[in-house]
Design a protein around this ligand. Sequence first.
Ligand code: KG4
Ligand code: ZN
Length: 343
Amino acid sequence: MSAPLVLGIETSCDETAIGIVKGRTLLANEIASSVQEHARFGGVVPEIASRAHLEAMIPALDRALKTAKVSLKDIDAVAVTAGPGLVGALLVGTSTAAAIALALDKPLFGVNHLAAHISVDYLTHDNPLDPTIALLVSGGHSSILQINDITSSVTSLGSTMDDAAGEAFDKIARVMGLGFPGGPAVDLEAKSGDANAINFPRGLTQAEDWRTRPYDFSFSGLKTAVARYLESTPQYKRADVAASFQEAIVDVLVQKSLAACAATGIESLVIAGGVAANSRLRELAEERCEKAGVKLRIPSPLLCTDNGAMVAALGSLMSSAGRAASAIDLAASSSLSVTTVRV
Ligand code: KG4
Ligand code: ZN
């Protein structure tokens, strides 16, 4: 059988995204973002996001089909983000995907947004080097995972006790007046700063933490430390604060990921999710993985933040592995566990 042509639909947050892949070849990756509509509120407003998905869905789908030079009837399988995410936003995607799958009489895969973030690597690098350790860092999640086969199960080794890494970037950017979303703004500001200017705390890296929760994260102490520094230092240099804050986050992310590789004996690390677009995280991970003899894979920055290609990629992997499809009336789940790959 030739490689399956898979349509992927992503609507878990503020991006209405459609991806089309054939096997591991990316044919289209359309993204309509409502981020500007949320910017003045300093965060994503669920009701605005749902409405924007409804308006953007059909035009985005049409653009993707045109770019891929295929028609809807050529599609072999439909994949859609079933969770986690904003429930009203997810429902726009799952009902669209179910309608298409039903009309075409093709399988429907309701997949986990987080597993999809990791699967997108399949489009850029060799076949997944299973098993692998994955560092998943987005606006809503931060986890270290062990993956033996991404189409069937994911094991969580640790996760954040409070904020997600992306959330920490967004909150600190806000107090520094850098706007929303904060990650890209901090990344840019940090380029002209000194990462060693301020020694901000590295959460959960005391000896006791390494013994009891080696793969968990905590960013709330760092957030407080940055806020205190800004209050007590009226003449602060914004670029130095951005660079030092960013260094504190990425240092811990890389340290803990490599500790998981060492403890499990797995010599492969995938970094995925919106924060994986961070230039300093990419640089530091490359440096330290090379020293540790760990093979590092990070998708290109455009494929790290939310997109439809990642959903199509996971659908394509599932279809090729002969995995069972989801029910046509699958339920969207706002709090879908990271360990559930398909609903
Ligand atoms: O995966 P994603 O697009 O959406 C979620 O699933 O949450 O991740 C969005 C998060 C936001 O918090 C954003 O600030 C962060 O990823 N982000 C970055 C960068 N680009 C996006 N964080 C740090 N540096 C970046 N370059
Ligand atoms: Zn995401």
